[in-house]
Design a protein. Structure first.
Lengths: 278, 259
C-alpha cells in the first residue's frame, strides 16, 4: 500500500455503544497543508482527532502517522511519535497549577535536554510568536479565553512538531481573537512547514485558511476537497452544510418514532415521565 | 426469579469489573517509582493532603479528648475510680477513635478535594493533554497523591491521639481535679505499645490506603461534567466512610477479638 499522506486512515470504523460514529472511512491528509475537518455537531469530528492522536483506538481499520500504524506501537514508541505532534485542545487545557511560562516550558522539560538558558529563550520566542511574552508570569486563571488559547498554541508548537491538531480553535472567541488565531495558525503553518489539522464548524473561518476541507456526516466522509470546490458543489448534503440551510438532506431531528404515533400513545407512560423535575 | 438472580449476578459482575479497573489504575500508577522530580511533587502533595488537614484534625482531636475526659470522669467517679480516666481516654483514642475519626475527617477534607481536583483536570482536558505530551497522568498525577495519602494519614492519626490525650488531661486533671500522676501513670501502665499503638497505626495505614484509593479512582474515572464531578465527590465521601467503618470492625475483630 503506497503511503502518500502524512496521516493516512484506512477502512476505519469506530463505535460508541451500538452507534457507529464512523463506518469504513478512508482519509489521507497531505503534509504541509491546512486541512479542516468539518461537519454538523455530533458527527465525530473530535473523535477523529482523538483517533489520530492515538488517544482512542479504532474498532476496525488503521490510522497511520508518518507511515506507522499507531495501534502497533508500544507506549514508548507512541510517546516518541507524540513528541512530533502538537495538540491544541478545545479548552486550551493549560495546567492550572503552572504559570504561563512553565506551561510552555512543560513539553520542553519532558522531551528535551535543554539547559535553563536555552529553555528560557525558546519559551520566550514561542510566547513572542503568539504575542504574550509579557504575560509569562501570569497564572492560567488570570487569562482571557482567547489568551489562554494562544498560550496553549505556544505550548503546542514548543517542540516544533511536524503535525499540529486543533480542536475547535475558534469556538467561543470574539471576532478579534478569532482573526488573531486564524492568522497565527496560518503563519505557523507556513513558517514552520507544519501540517495542520483543524476541527471546526465555522464555515467562513475554515474556508479562509483551509487548503483542503474534509466534510463528515452520517458516519462517512461526504467530501474531501478544496474550499472553492465545496462552495460550488452540487451534492445536496455538501450544499446544505456549506450554505447553512436549515432544510435539506441532513436531518434536524434526533432519530425518533413518528410524531403522530407518540402523540396518540396511551398516556400512562406520560404519567411515568412526570416528576422528573420535582 | 431467574431474572432477579441474573440481575443480581450482572450487578455483581459489574462491581467486580469496576474493582478490577480500580486495581489496575493503582498498579499502573505505582509501576514506576518516583524519580528526583517525583520527590518534589510528593512533597507538594504532602503539604496539600497532610499539612492543610492539620487544623481540622487538631481541633477535632482536642474536643474529642475533652469529651472523653468528661464522660470518663462522670462514669468512673460513680465507682470511685476516676483515677483510671487517663487509661480510658488513651485506650479509646489509640485503639479506635483516632484512626476512625481521623480517617473520616481525612475522607471529607482531603479525599473529596482529591476527587474534585482530578475530576476537574479530566474535564478541562489536562489529563488528555499530559498524555499527548507523552506523560502518563497516572504516574504524574495519581501516584504522588496516593503516596502522600498513605504517608499523611498515619501521621495525622498519631497527632490526633496526642492532642486527644492532652484534651482529656485538660478536662480531667485541670478542671475536675484528677491527680495528674495517676492520669499519666495509669495510662503508661495500661497502654501497650505493640498491642495498642501499633495496631492503631495498622488501622490508620489500612484506612489511608482505602481512602486515597477510592478518592483517586473516583476522580480519575468520573464523568467529566459538573454533575459527574459532584457525584464522584459524593461517592468518595460515602464509600470511604462505609469502608472505614467496615474495615474497622474487621480489623478490631482480628486484633482484639480473640483475647
Amino acid at each position: 500500500m503506497a503511503v502518500n499522506g502524512i496521516i493516512e486512515i484506512h477502512n476505519l470504523s469506530f463505535f460508541r455503544g451500538n452507534r457507529a460514529i464512523f463506518k469504513d472511512i478512508d482519509v489521507s491528509i497531505a503534509a504541509g497543508k491546512i486541512t479542516v475537518i468539518m461537519g454538523p455537531s455530533g458527527t465525530g469530528k473530535t473523535t477523529l482527532l482523538r483517533l489520530i492522536g492515538g488517544q482512542l483506538q479504532p474498532h476496525r481499520g488503521e490510522v497511520q502517522l508518518f507511515g506507522e500504524n499507531i495501534a502497533q506501537l508500544n507506549r514508548k514508541q507512541l510517546n516518541q511519535l507524540r513528541g512530533r505532534m502538537g495538540v491544541l485542545f478545545q479548552s486550551g487545557a493549560l495546567f492550572t497549577d503552572l504559570t504561563v511560562f512553565e506551561n510552555v516550558a512543560f513539553p520542553l522539560r519532558e522531551h528535551t535536554q535543554l539547559n535553563d538558558m536555552q529553555l528560557h529563550d525558546r519559551v520566550l520566542l514561542k510566547l513572542e510568536a503568539v504575542g504574550l511574552r509579557g504575560a509569562r508570569d501570569l497564572m492560567p486563571s488570570h487569562l482571557s479565553g482567547g489568551m489562554a488559547r494562544r498560550v496553549a498554541l505556544a505550548r503546542a508548537v514548543a517542540l516544533e512538531p511536524e503535525i499540529i491538531l486543533y480542536d475547535e480553535p475558534f469556538a467561543g472567541q470574539d471576532p478579534i481573537a478569532m482573526a488573531v488565531l486564524q492568522r497565527l495558525i496560518k503563519d505557523l503553518n507556513d513558517e514552520m512547514r507544519l501540517t495542520s489539522v483543524l476541527v471546526s464548524h465555522d464555515i467562513a473561518e475554515a474556508c479562509a485558511i483551509a487548503d483542503r476541507i474534509i466534510l463528515l456526516g452520517e458516519g462517512r466522509v461526504l467530501a474531501h476537497d478544496t474550499p472553492e470546490a465545496l462552495q460550488t458543489s452540487t451534492d445536496p448534503a455538501v450544499r446544505q452544510f456549506m450554505h447553512g440551510e436549515a432544510d435539506g438532506v441532513i436531518p434536524f431531528h434526533f432519530p425518533a418514532p413518528p410524531l403522530a404515533e407518540e402523540l396518540l400513545c396511551d398516556h400512562a407512560s406520560v404519567a411515568d415521565n412526570r416528576g422528573g423535575l420535582q | 426469579m431467574i431474572n432477579l438472580v441474573s440481575a443480581l449476578g450482572g450487578q455483581l459482575l459489574q462491581r467486580l469489573a469496576l474493582l478490577g479497573q480500580a486495581l489496575l489504575m493503582l498498579l499502573q500508577s505505582l509501576r514506576v517509582l518516583p524519580g528526583k522530580h517525583g520527590l518534589s511533587r510528593l512533597i507538594q502533595q504532602l503539604y496539600v493532603v497532610g499539612v492543610q488537614s492539620l487544623i481540622i484534625m487538631l481541633v477535632s482531636a482536642l474536643f474529642i479528648g475533652m469529651v472523653l475526659g468528661l464522660q470518663g470522669y462522670t462514669l468512673l467517679s460513680a465507682y470511685g475510680s476516676e483515677q483510671a480516666v487517663g487509661q480510658m481516654v488513651a485506650l479509646t483514642l489509640v485503639r479506635e477513635l483516632s484512626p476512625v475519626v481521623a480517617a473520616l475527617l481525612f475522607a471529607g477534607r482531603a479525599g473529596s478535594a482529591l476527587t474534585a481536583e482530578i475530576g476537574l483536570m479530566k474535564a478541562t482536558e489536562q489529563l488528555a493533554s499530559l498524555e499527548m505530551f507523552g506523560v502518563d497522568p497516572l504516574h504524574r498525577i495519581v501516584a504522588p497523591r496516593f503516596l502522600a495519602g498513605l504517608i499523611c494519614l498515619p501521621l495525622l492519626v498519631a497527632i490526633f491521639s496526642l492532642v486527644g490525650i492532652y484534651g482529656g488531661h485538660i478536662v480531667a486533671v485541670d478542671w475536675l481535679g484528677v491527680y495528674s500522676g495517676s492520669y499519666w501513670g495509669n495510662m503508661q501502665q495500661a497502654v501497650d505499645f505493640g498491642e495498642d499503638v501499633i495496631n492503631g497505626m495498622i488501622k490508620a495505614l489500612v484506612f489511608a490506603f482505602v481512602v486515597s484509593w477510592i478518592a483517586l479512582y473516583q476522580g480519575y474515572s468520573c464523568v467529566p461534567t459538573s454533575q459527574g464531578i459532584s457525584a464522584a465527590t459524593t461517592r468518595t465521601v460515602v464509600y470511604s466512610s462505609l469502608a472505614i467503618l467496615g474495615f474497622d470492625f474487621i480489623l478490631t475483630a482480628l486484633m482484639f477479638g480473640g483475647a
